[in-house]
Ligand binder design. Structure first.
Ligand code: NAP
Length: 280
């Protein structure tokens, strides 16, 4: 019974692969760019390109479960091919943003929501993981922190409860290997609410130096973020942070509530990734 892990170059998918491989399960790693994929030794890899339906059947051969990245292009064809191949269960990496009003028109949410809806209309059993903000989002500050420059933020007191990608992977693996989560939508966060200012203080503590904040206007943030992402995505992120400004983030399920294991903290993630913040 093969498990297919899609989006396998991604951080969460790679952590899922590593865990399933360590458990000795029969696996296939699928990526839009399989030539750039590194997989645990002995794991088969496959190309899976959503606008190339001819890639579906080879990737899905013998597969009974899929860990799915939320990419809507070609999703209906992929789901049909999965059902034809005998897939029984899909664990989807979705997003908490799908729960917000207007999600279908929000560039942060619409791709995940489209895939959730396509799966809901299929006969496949699905387990939908809806994490909030990832700890890895703070890598956006690495450029400034590495150069000892203040981090420019429009909403430094915006609060999230960042989740470690390995916690998402642990929960995805539990969903793929057991039945307690099967068929459930699962909202996920990290274990503690932290404002951006507090996350920067943790990073400063771990790095052993002060990390300063530079308060900027929303218009300045839109210009700065627009250099790295489409303008509607920047605008939607800023809306999210404005709404979270000065408000403690709500906590959802974690590895502690679902698996009985302490959830990884932002400080732990910062220690593991300190090297990403130490130089140009
Ligand atoms: N960041 C957040 O706060 C947040 C919150 C909730 C939900 N999410 C969701 O989580 C997903 C992103 O998860 P993630 O952090 O694991 O993403 P990631 O590591 O950035 O990878 C996302 C996907 O992008 C593709 N990719 C393209 N270029 C890549 C490269 N150079 N290196 C690695 N992968 C590359 C990979 O698919 P292929 O191998 O097929 O190319 C990979 O699976 C998104 O769907 C997002 O909506 C994010």
């Amino acid at each position: 019974m093969t498990i297919l892990v899609t989006g396998a170059r991604g951080r969460v998918a790679r952590a899922v692969l590593d865990r399933l491989h360590a458990a000795g399960l029969d696996l296939r790693a699928a990526s839009a760019r399989p030539a750039e994929l590194t997989v645990p030794s002995g794991v088969e890899s496959a190309g899976l390109v959503l606008d190339r339906p001819e890639t579906f059947a080879p990737a899905l051969r013998g597969v009974r479960q899929v860990f799915l990245y939320p990419e809507p292009a070609g999703i209906d064809d992929l789901i049909e091919a999965a059902a034809t191949a005998g897939v029984e269960h899909v664990v989807l990496l979705s997003s908490s943003t799908v729960l917000a009003p207007g999600a279908e028109n929000d560039p942060l949410a619409s791709h995940s929501l489209a895939v959730e809806r396509a799966l809901a209309g299929s006969g496949l059993t699905r387990t939908v993981l809806r994490p909030g903000a990832f700890t890895t989002n703070s890598l956006a500050w690495a450029h400034c922190i590495g150069r000892s420059m203040p981090v420019p933020l429009a909403y430094p007191d915006a609060c999230t409860a960042p989740i470690h990608p390995e916690d998402i992977a642990d929960i995805a693996v539990a969903a793929l290997t057991g039945d307690t989560l099967t068929g459930r939508p699962v909202s996920l966060t990290g274990p503690e609410p932290l404002s951006f200012r507090e996350q920067l203080a943790v990073l400063g503590d771990v790095l052993g130096r002060e990390v300063a904040v530079r308060h900027i206007t929303r218009a300045e943030a839109e210009r700065e973020m627009g250099r790295h992402m489409p303008a509607p995505v920047a605008s939607s992120l800023l809306d999210l942070w404005e709404a979270a400004d000065g408000r403690p983030a709500a906590l959802a399920d974690t590895t502690a509530t679902l698996l009985g294991r302490p959830a990884r903290t932002f400080r732990q993630w910062a220690r593991e990734n300190a090297g990403s913040f130490t130089g140009p």
